[in-house]
Design a protein around this ligand. Structure first.
Ligand SMILES: [Zn+2]
Length: 272
C-alpha cells in the first residue's frame, strides 16, 4: 500500500465528504431516546378505571377523529450570548434547563433543535392574555445576538423565511408573533429595542399601527386596560410600559414617558 493510499484510509469519512464531524452525537442520541419515550407515552391506551363515586365504563372506546396539537404562537428571543456555538452548547447541557425550537445564527443559518410538536423550555414564567403555559402552545425562536447589537440582514431574511413556513404550516394568526419581553415584562427584555418588529409586521408577522394623524382617542380611553386587552400582563405598570415601548415605540425607549396614546389606541383596536 502506498503512503498516499494509507493517508486516504486514515482520513475520517466526514473530511472526505467535505463536512466536519458532528460534536453533538451524544446529545442527539439523548434527544432520540427522549422522543421514543414520549412516543411510547402517547401511544398508551387511556385509563378507564372507576372510583367509589364514578363507575368504570364496561369497555374502552377510542375515538377515530384526532390529530396532533399544534403551536398557535411564535415567541421571538435574542440569546444574549456571543455566538451560535455558545447557544447550541447551552441548549444541549441538561443543567441549563433551557431550549428553543430554532436558533438563527448571525449569518442566517437556521438550527432546528426540536420538533415543532414538542414543548421547548423557552418562555419560562410568562403570561399573555389569560394563557400562562406559553411553552405548551408556542414555538420559540432564538436569534444569536448579544442584546446590544443590530440584527444582521441575513439573520432577518432567514427569520422571515422560517416564519412564512411556520405561519402556513400551523395557521398562526398574525397577532400571535410576539417577543419574550412581551410575555414576561420586567423579567425579560428580549428581543431588544433594536429588533425590527415593523419589518416583521410588514410581512404579516405581528400587528402594527398605521398613520396616527387624524386619530381621535376617546376621552374615557384607559391605557392600562388597552395594554391588558392586547395581551400584556399589567401587574407591574412600569414594566409593561417598557415592554410596550420596546416593541412598538423603540425610538422613545430611553425616556420614562407613557406610551403614545394614539399608537396604543390603534393597536388596541387592531388586537380586537
Ligand atoms: Zn428570551
Amino acid at each position: 500500500m502506498t503512503k498516499y493510499r494509507l493517508l486516504i484510509l486514515m482520513l475520517p469519512l466526514s473530511l472526505v465528504n467535505g463536512c466536519s464531524p458532528n460534536p453533538y452525537k451524544a446529545t442527539n442520541r439523548s434527544y432520540k431516546a427522549q422522543v421514543r419515550n414520549y412516543a411510547h407515552q402517547i401511544s398508551q391506551t387511556p385509563l378507564t378505571t372507576g372510583t367509589d363515586s364514578v363507575p368504570a365504563p364496561p369497555y374502552w372506546v377510542g375515538t377515530v377523529n384526532f390529530n396532533l396539537r399544534k403551536p398557535n404562537f411564535v415567541i421571538i428571543h435574542h440569546t444574549a450570548q456571543n455566538s451560535c456555538p455558545q447557544t447550541l452548547q447551552t441548549f444541549t447541557l441538561t443543567k441549563t434547563q433551557v431550549s428553543a425550537h430554532y436558533v438563527i445564527c448571525r449569518d442566517g443559518t437556521i438550527h432546528h433543535m426540536l420538533n415543532d410538536y414538542l414543548r421547548a423550555w423557552q418562555a419560562g414564567v410568562s403570561k399573555w392574555g389569560n394563557i400562562t403555559d406559553i411553552n405548551s402552545i408556542s414555538i420559540g425562536i432564538e436569534l444569536d445576538n448579544n442584546g446590544f447589537e443590530p440584527f444582521p440582514d441575513a439573520q432577518i431574511t432567514s427569520l422571515l423565511h422560517l416564519l412564512t413556513t411556520l405561519k402556513a404550516a400551523y395557521h398562526i394568526p398574525s397577532a400571535n408573533f410576539i417577543g419574550h419581553g412581551d410575555i414576561a415584562p420586567g423579567r425579560k427584555d428580549d428581543p431588544s429595542y433594536l429588533f425590527p418588529w415593523k419589518t416583521l409586521s410588514d410581512h404579516g408577522f405581528g400587528l402594527w399601527y398605521g398613520d396616527t394623524t387624524g386619530i381621535t382617542v376617546p376621552p374615557d380611553f384607559n391605557s392600562l386596560m388597552a395594554l391588558r386587552l392586547i395581551g400584556y400582563d399589567i401587574h407591574d405598570s412600569a414594566a409593561v410600559t417598557m415592554a410596550f415601548k420596546r416593541h412598538f415605540e423603540a425610538d422613545t425607549i430611553k425616556s420614562w414617558e407613557a406610551p403614545d396614546e394614539k399608537i396604543l389606541y390603534m393597536l388596541y383596536r387592531a388586537y380586537q
